[in-house]
Design a binder for this molecule. Sequence first.
Ligand code: HPA
Length: 233
Amino acid sequence: MSTPHNQAEFGEIAKTVLMPGDPLRAKFLAETYLEDVKQFNAVRNMLGYTGTYHGKKVSIMGSGMGQPSIGIYSYELFKQYGVEAIIRIGSCGSFQKDVHLRDIIIVQGACTDSRFAHQYELPGTYSAISSYDLLENAVMKSKEKELTYHVGNILSSDIFYHADQGTTEKWASMGCLGVEMESYALFATAAHLNKKALTLLTVSDSLVTSEETTAQEREKTFTAMMEVALEIA
Ligand code: HPA
């Protein structure tokens, strides 16, 4: 049974889905890493694929940018397609001087300026966290591969071009490592539906230094992060 945003039939999507933001990245990753690849979605060009990685069934699908977008796709994957775990693989801007370009952030928790969790009508503030077993496995794999990684809190913002330039320092002063735009909604959706989620990020830009990186260098770290995600999927 398809949804308004996903034409897949039940059973065509694996229990674990890796989600980059960019659907063309999903296509590239599926074609590069998976065997016996079958495309299951093209609605709104939000491409999704299922294949096998070392014999294990895995799906890779784009999430789009922002919490509304990943909120829709993750909800449908969990609720309609029997998906048990989503691992977001994305990029972020660094908030901290010692979190350098190309480092990996294994996201433990996400703060937000979004009102996404207001839908649950909680009598307080919801703290969105990743699933500990996925987090632990990602840390072990990253250690094994001798990657430079950080584990901690991030900001999932609704705003890329913020009118108030001072927000970076405020979130940084609370220990947030970096900023992206999806994890809070993903973690909250997973918690609400009793499913699992994790985010792995590569640092693509810095909001505190003027470090730069080449596309080739970014690709290399992304590959390392992708391999961690596939191995823990
Ligand atoms: N802001 C928000 N999201 C991002 C950024 C950023 O600087 N870099 C990569 N994703």
